[in-house]
Design a binder for this molecule. Structure first.
Ligand code: ADP
Length: 254
């Protein structure tokens, strides 16, 4: 997969107004499906969000999951690994945080950092990250076989849109706290990241754990694409409320 084949500004011919009008119904529907997933008890849902700095990971979580109740849903953000985490295998810290059945967990960055930042910044040698694609596939296969539904989204932004957003972090006092000089260092490695994304998409896209490349220059289209994908996948699971004890039927509460 070559990421340059994907247009970060793509909107499928749809207009902002018409899509924004549909978003409330979609977030509500996702909320209903999460409630059903919780009641059904057979599956967990792991949502993986990857993307460069300022690609909109935090805002995606805020907006897409706006109507998902906090009972049964949580976000885990992964930063630089601690010494303890580094003393284990690279998947250790991620596996512990995967969802139990009934639960939704959103990974804000994920085990894919092991083949992204760690590769691009040369934190580990090539032979180490090379073998990780295989282990990631095996890991996700295990999760899927045990009842975890995986949905992976790469927020794909253009270099110009990232420039605009990073500049805004400098110029807007309300956003300045997000400014991190390290982001500019990573920006210098833009092409290396695009190549690492391409290889990740090529090697870790399995039917049970598909990648979705999300055109993310426009927030409304990004949210729309992710909502449609999540709703479609959850609707396809045939979720249902569990059978109740027949003795409850018709019982009256005094
Ligand atoms: P974010 O940028 O996601 O909003 P932070 O500002 O806390 O949140 O940044 C998290 C940082 O942790 C990022 O710079 C990312 O590159 C880094 N990071 C995440 N996972 C790893 C990893 N496995 N190894 C090294 N650095 C990592």
């Amino acid at each position: 997969v070559d990421l340059s084949d994907f247009d970060p500004g793509y909107t499928g011919g749809l207009g902002k107004k018409e899509v924004e009008e549909r978003l409330p119904d979609l977030t509500r529907r996702l909320g209903e499906l999460q409630y059903l997933l919780y009641a059904d008890q057979r599956y967990g849902l792991l949502v993986v969000l990857q993307g460069l700095d300022a690609s909109g990971k935090d805002s995606t979580i805020r907006r897409v999951f706006a109507d998902v109740g906090p009972v049964g849903c949580s976000v885990v953000s992964f930063g630089v690994p601690t010494p303890e985490e580094l003393s284990h295998d690279f998947l250790w810290r991620y596996h512990q945080r995967t969802p139990a059945r009934r639960r939704v967990v959103i990974f804000n960055r994920s085990h894919y950092e092991a083949v992204l930042v760690e590769r691009v910044q040369e934190l580990v040698p090539r032979e180490t990250w090379e073998r990780r694609y295989h282990h990631i596939n095996e890991f996700e296969d295990l999760l899927a076989a045990e009842g975890t539904v995986l949905m992976k989204f790469l927020l794909h932004i253009s270099k110009e849109e990232q420039r605009r957003r990073l500049q805004e972090r400098i110029d807007d006092p309300r956003k300045r706290w997000k400014y991190n000089p390290g982001d500019l260092e990573d920006r210098k490695r833009w092409d290396d990241y695009q190549a690492a994304f391409g290889e990740m998409l090529t090697r870790c896209n399995m039917p049970t754990a598909p990648w979705h490349v999300v055109p993310a220059d426009r927030r409304w289209y990004r949210d729309f694409v992710i909502l449609e994908a999540l709703i479609g996948r959850l609707e396809g699971l045939g979720l249902r409320f569990p059978d109740c004890d027949p003795a409850i039927e018709g019982a009256r509460v005094e």
